[in-house]
Ligand binder design. Sequence first.
Ligand code: NAD
Length: 319
Amino acid sequence: MKKLNILANDGIAASARMQLEKEGHRVFTEKVEQERLADFINENNIQVLVVRSATKVRKDLLDKVKPLGLIIRAGVGLDNIDTDYAAQKGITVQNTPGASSHSVAELVMAHLLGGVRFLHQSNREMPLRGDTDFKALKKAYSGGTEVKGKTLGIIGFGRIGRELAKMAIGLEMKVLAYDPFIDEAELRLIFFDGQSAGFRIKTVTKEEVLKNADFISLHVPAQKEPVIGPKEMEIMKPGAAIINAARGGVVDETALIKALDEGKLSFAALDVFADEPTPPVRLLMHPKLSLTPHTGASTREAQERIGKEIVNKIKDFAS
Ligand code: NAD
């Protein structure tokens, strides 16, 4: 087995690093700035580059890096890597597609359960006014809703969309899913004592989802045009909500703010932003937005699973 020099530029689970080092590889985990990356790779003879979404692997970098043979995206979306150009250069690009699905779905559920009970707002207000205006805040944040019996619309019914559907079914929600490439999906819910239940969901049209869902969550890859813009928001139920933990830009952020300000939507949640890592203040300060800094996959469990997949992929590459 070849001994490799590996740069995990956006970090790697400690257990994966230990395993790789045990196998005789050299693992660099310091964050190398984008401008210095090509030099670092060449000077340290880096053959494997592991990135999350922060490091950009574009044509200009690929043109300069001589020793690189394998790029691993620790996660799903490959939009930060020029994959076709890498292939032309003979560099293999791989990702770890399934490892984070459950974590992303749980974060979406957290945003949803928080949104219907105004947690995003009361968490901002309680530290400031909880001791002086308790009764006013109690009044302001009463009148939330349950999710049980409500309809969750899922746009993009791949790995994460299906994980989310299983959670929604567990909460006794209705699920409407739209995916132009999938007609139906068989879901299996496995319970704590080993019992399980199967559930078949046929997808419907985008319009049906928009018209009937109380909440819509997007789980599509990066797109050239928004999947939900002003036209789609117009069709949605008054008081509905949108959650985007897919990619920045799949929801038109300007239209989203307008719909929130006009009361068309009751709340929205964003884990991803068109302008990462500097989202605009008008989003960050909006009282009807529940926000997280792209942490959908950032659980210990997901990172462990991703780490294991990376170790296996490097093992294959080294053999
Ligand atoms: P997946 O490939 O399993 O599923 C995506 C689905 O979207 C596919 O079934 C595809 O047919 C469908 N699709 C494509 N274009 C569509 C469109 N215009 N309308 C409706 N459906 C469409 O991917 P996944 O693993 O479920 O990941 C989904 C998204 O989540 C990706 O954008 C990924 O980058 C993102 N993601 C975010 C985080 C995070 O930290 N927030 C972590 C992991 C993945």
